[in-house]
Design a protein around this ligand. Structure first.
Ligand code: SAH
Ligand code: SF4
Ligand code: F3S
Length: 439
């Protein structure tokens, strides 16, 4: 009998979800499924969804909707929908009503039971729907099918306790819990032994790692990992500014394996908006954290997330954001229009900002961020940087990878360079990316 096939997991949302899709692929492999690249060949298709903003949700809904025909042609096909979207109150039922042909609906806390759900679904006609609110879950013993070589994602925390007033994550991911440091370190050791060259530690708020369950703090954990043998890079995301300490800046400076790039989402430059967002820092507090980095790691690239059009945001508030962006001089930034999420505190706030105002603001913000990014990129021309080669771009006919500041560089190579550290001399800056020659 030919092997059952799974279509590459359809993933939306953050790196956490990207890694969880690798875990889902691992569960399916344990069941004997092998990957395939064509929807029409698949015996199972899994959607790993996101609900951080309305458009992430709509995107998933649209793509699930498109499978109706395929399912009608192939009754044996299993369609499963997991991740953050069905984890919202009432959404699993909503999905089931809207797409009765979806066979399995599971939440972020149920990922490890997907095996049981698939076996159950093969036996029964009716859909399998299970959404746990088991917040104590800390996953160990996963067997992900990793797809991001030479990088490997490693969870250090799950969930979030911060309840930023706009954010759905604490509702769909549960309370923050940390993995034991020994388990993390053993996983990293295994990955390094397997040849991975970059480790990215994942958590919604990595800085609060430990959180009572382990005596090891985040800076200590970083240091322990950075002290492991071998040439590799260490990255982490995401840092919450309220928990970003000077000690962390010192640890970054003192350990050459830790990359000189920090993603520190500020969201807004206005104290009134930050307060309403429940971010627990002022613009000045944030700038103080940046000063720790500038003092200890002067060449550190800083990136951020920004939200425009938060309820009540005035033109002055928005200008405070523009000013802060200029002052920090980010090397790049993700910019978002505020999206109302049912169940969050901000959804009930008065003064929701009209779409055209938010759109106009985000265009101004994007222009500013792009001009800063271009300036940073221009400064690279003539310099030699070390790239960790990640991939080959067939269209460009070039290999690509990132330097330790997170900047993408392209180069030509006669031999397969994926997984190698390569020095390239930058001859051209092209928007956000760099082009150079191997030296
Ligand atoms: N835990 C991380 C990332 C959370 S989600 C952190 O706190 O930084 C990634 C980004 O999505 C957030 O930083 C925020 O900028 C954005 N975001 C979250 N909820 C949003 C919403 N309701 N509308 C628009 N953007 C949102
Ligand atoms: Fe959401 Fe805030 Fe938690 Fe980040 S820290 S996941 S923005 S609640
Ligand atoms: Fe990530 Fe989206 Fe969930 S950003 S945590 S996949 S809501």
């Amino acid at each position: 009998m030919s092997k059952q096939k799974f279509y590459k997991i359809v993933t939306y949302g953050c790196q956490m979800n990207v890694h969880e899709s690798e875990k889902i692929a691992g569960v399916l492999s344990e069941l004997g499924y092998v990957p395939c690249g064509e929807l029409s060949e698949a015996d199972i298709i899994v959607f790993n969804t996101c609900c951080i903003r309305e458009n992430a949700e709509n995107h998933a809904f649209g793509n699930i909707g498109m499978l109706k025909k395929l399912k009608a042609e192939n009754r044996e096909l299993i369609i499963a929908v997991g991740g953050c979207l069905p984890q919202q109150v009432g959404k699993a039922d909503n999905l089931h009503e809207k797409f009765p042909y979806v066979d399995i609906i599971f939440g972020t806390h149920n990922l490890h039971k997907l095996k049981d759900y698939v076996l159950l679904k093969q036996k029964q006609k009716k859909a399998v729907i299970e959404i746990d609110s088991d917040e104590g879950l800390v996953c160990e013993g996963d067997n992900p099918v990793r797809t991001s070589y030479p990088n490997a994602w490693v969870n250090i925390t799950y969930g979030c306790n911060n309840f930023c007033s706009y954010c759905i994550v604490p509702f769909v991911r549960g309370r923050e819990r940390s993995r034991h440091s020994e388990n993390i370190i053993n996983e990293v050791k295994r990955l390094l032994a397997e040849g991975y060259k970059e480790i990215t530690l994942l958590g919604q708020n990595v800085n609060s790692y430990g959180n009572g369950s382990d005596n090891v703090t985040f800076p200590q954990l970083l240091e322990k990992i950075a002290n492991l043998d071998g040439k590799f890079r260490l990255r982490f995301m995401t840092s919450h500014p309220k928990d970003f300490s000077e000690e962390l800046a010192r640890v970054i400076a003192a350990n050459e394996k830790i990359c000189h790039c920090v993603h520190l989402p500020v969201q807004s430059g206005s104290d009134a908006v930050l307060k309403a967002m429940n971010r627990k820092y002022t613009a000045q507090d944030y700038l103080t954290k940046i000063s720790y980095l500038k003092k200890h790691v002067p060449d550190c690239a800083v990136t951020t997330d920004l939200i425009v059009g938060f309820p009540g945001e005035t033109e002055e508030d928005f200008e405070a954001t523009l000013n802060l962006v200029k002052e920090v001089n980010y090397s790049s930034a993700f910019t978002f229009v505020y999206s109302k999420r049912e169940g969050t505190v901000a959804a009930k706030m008065p003064d929701q900002i009209p779409e055209e105002v938010s759109k106009e603001r985000i265009m101004r913000l994007i222009d500013l961020v792009n001009s800063l990014t271009r300036e940073h990129t221009k400064n690279y021309v003539g310099k030699t940087v070390e790239i960790l080669c990640e991939d080959y771009d067939k269209k460009k006919g070039m290999y690509l990878g990132r330097d330790c500041y997170g900047r993408m560089g392209y180069f030509k190579s006669e031999t397969n360079a994926i997984g190698e550290f390569v020095n390239i001399k930058i001859s051209k800056a092209n928007g956000v990316s760099l082009i150079g020659e191997r030296v």
